[in-house]
Design a binder for this molecule. Structure first.
Ligand SMILES: [Fe+2]
Ligand SMILES: [Fe+2]
Length: 363
C-alpha cells in the first residue's frame, strides 16, 4: 500500500482503503479501481491523498525528480559555464536555457508534495548545491503560480546564484572550522563579484542576474550586499529561502547536515518572505508542532512532534472526530500507522467552524 497525491493519479490504481468524507459518508469503497474522472470528485471533497495498493514501491528509497544521469550531465555543463565566467568569457545563454528546460521538463507540474530526498543531494560541491537549489526554487515558483517564463529565469538564476564563489579562495570556502570575521567578509563578496562578472552578459536575462546579486538579501534589510528590505524581487526571495534550506541540510566542512525538521524550524526564524516559506513547508508537507491537521479518519488533531526524516507522518493527538461528532483525545504516531494519514492542514478558524458545524442545533 502506498499513499499518493490525488493530483498524480493516472487512472487504474486500486484503492487500498475506503474513502470516507468529512461528514462520514462513504465516497469510494476499498478495492475500487480508480478512474481519471474520480480525481475531481476527490479534490472537490478536499481529499488530496489516497492509499492505493502497490507492493513494488519502497517509500524509504529516494525516487529522484532529476535522474542521476541528468544531474551528472547538468553538473558538468554548469562547471563549464562557471569556468567561462572565471575566464571572463560570457556564459552561453543557449546552454543555460537548455539546462533549465531539461530540469523543468523533469519536474512534474501536478504533484502537490515532495520528499526532500527526491530533490536534494547531500554534496558540498557548489554545482550539486546549485542544482538542488534550482530544483527547489522551480518547485516553489510553480507553487506560487509564477508565470512559466519567470520560473525559467528563476531556475537559471538559481543555477548561477553562487557563480561568484568561483573566485573565492578554496581554503576559505572549504575551511573546516568557523570562519573569522575577515574571512566571512570575503565570502560575502561572492554576490557582488558574481554580479560584476555576469552583468554585461547580454544573453542572460536580468532576473537571473538579479538573483546572483540579491540571493542573500533578507526581508528586514539584514542581508547583503545591498541591505535591501523593500522591492526585493520575488525571484530573489524564492532563491534566498531555498538556498538557506539546502545549505542547512548539507554537510559542511565545519558541521554535519541538519535534519530537515530542524532546518525548517530555523527557516521559520529567518527573515524570508512568508508566502515563500509557506510554499516550501507545503511542498515538503511540514506540519510544525502545535499545528492542526485533519486525518483521513475524520479526526481533527494537533501535531505533538515530528520525525526528522518523515515529515508527512508526525506524532499527533486527536481532539475531535467529525464522523462521530465527539471529542476524542488519542495519541497516534502516524509513522507507525499504515492506514491513517493527514489529509489537510487546518487553521484555527477552520477547525472551530468544522466542530461547530458538526454539532446538532439546540433550540
Ligand atoms: Fe550564496
Ligand atoms: Fe548558495
Amino acid at each position: 500500500m502506498k499513499l499518493i497525491n490525488v493530483d498524480s493519479l493516472s487512472g487504474g490504481e486500486v484503492l487500498a482503503q475506503d474513502i470516507v468524507c468529512e461528514d462520514g459518508t462513504m465516497l469510494l469503497k476499498r478495492s475500487t479501481r480508480l478512474r481519471q474522472a474520480f480525481k475531481d470528485k476527490l479534490l472537490e471533497r478536499n481529499i488530496y491523498k489516497v492509499f492505493v495498493t502497490d507492493n513494488a514501491v519502497d517509500p524509504e528509497k529516494p525516487n529522484p525528480i532529476i535522474s542521476k544521469e541528468t544531474r551528472n550531465l547538468i553538473c558538468e555543463e554548469l562547471k563549464k559555464q562557471f569556468i567561462l565566467v572565471k575566464d571572463k568569457i560570457a556564459v552561453d545563454p543557449e546552454v543555460m536555457n537548455e539546462i533549465a528546460s531539461i530540469l523543468l521538463d523533469q519536474i512534474p507540474e501536478s504533484q502537490a508534495a515532495y520528499d526532500i530526498k527526491d530533490i536534494h543531494v547531500n554534496d558540498m560541491c557548489t554545482y550539486e548545491h546549485s542544482i538542488s537549489v534550482a530544483v527547489l526554487s522551480a518547485l516553489v515558483s510553480r507553487k506560487l503560480n509564477l508565470p512559466p517564463d519567470l520560473v525559467h529565469q528563476v531556475t537559471i538564476g538559481a543555477l548561477l546564484h553562487d557563480v561568484g564563489k568561483i573566485i573565492i579562495p578554496n581554503d576559505i570556502l572549504n575551511k573546516p572550522s568557523k570562519l573569522s570575521n575577515p574571512e566571512y567578509e570575503i565570502i560575502k563578496t561572492h554576490t557582488t563579484l558574481g554580479y560584476q562578472m555576469i552583468k554585461e552578459h547580454t544573453g542572460l536575462n536580468p532576473i537571473s542576474k538579479l538573483i546572483v546579486l540579491c540571493h542573500h538579501e533578507r526581508e528586514d534589510g539584514s542581508g547583503y550586499p545591498l541591505n535591501k528590505s523593500d522591492d526585493l524581487h520575488i525571484a530573489a526571495k524564492v532563491v534566498a529561502a531555498c538556498d538557506i534550506l539546502d545549505a542547512l541540510i548539507t554537510d559542511r566542512p565545519y558541521r554535519a547536515a541538519m535534519p530537515l525538521n530542524q532546518a525548517l524550524l530555523i527557516l521559520r526564524g529567518e527573515k524570508i518572505a512568508r508566502d515563500v516559506r509557506k510554499s516550501i513547508e507545503d511542498l515538503l508537507e511540514f506540519h510544525p508542532i502545535d499545528s492542526i491537521v485533519l486525518l483521513n479518519t475524520g479526526d481533527i488533531a494537533t501535531v505533538e512532534s515530528n520525525h526528522s526524516n518523515n515529515l508527512r507522518c508526525p506524532k499527533v493527538r486527536t481532539i475531535y472526530n467529525l464522523k462521530d461528532n465527539q471529542y476524542v483525545s488519542k495519541k497516534i504516531d502516524l509513522s507507525k500507522s499504515t492506514d491513517i494519514c493527514i489529509t489537510k492542514k487546518l487553521d484555527l478558524n477552520e477547525t472551530l467552524n468544522k466542530i461547530i458545524k458538526s454539532q446538532p442545533l439546540v433550540f
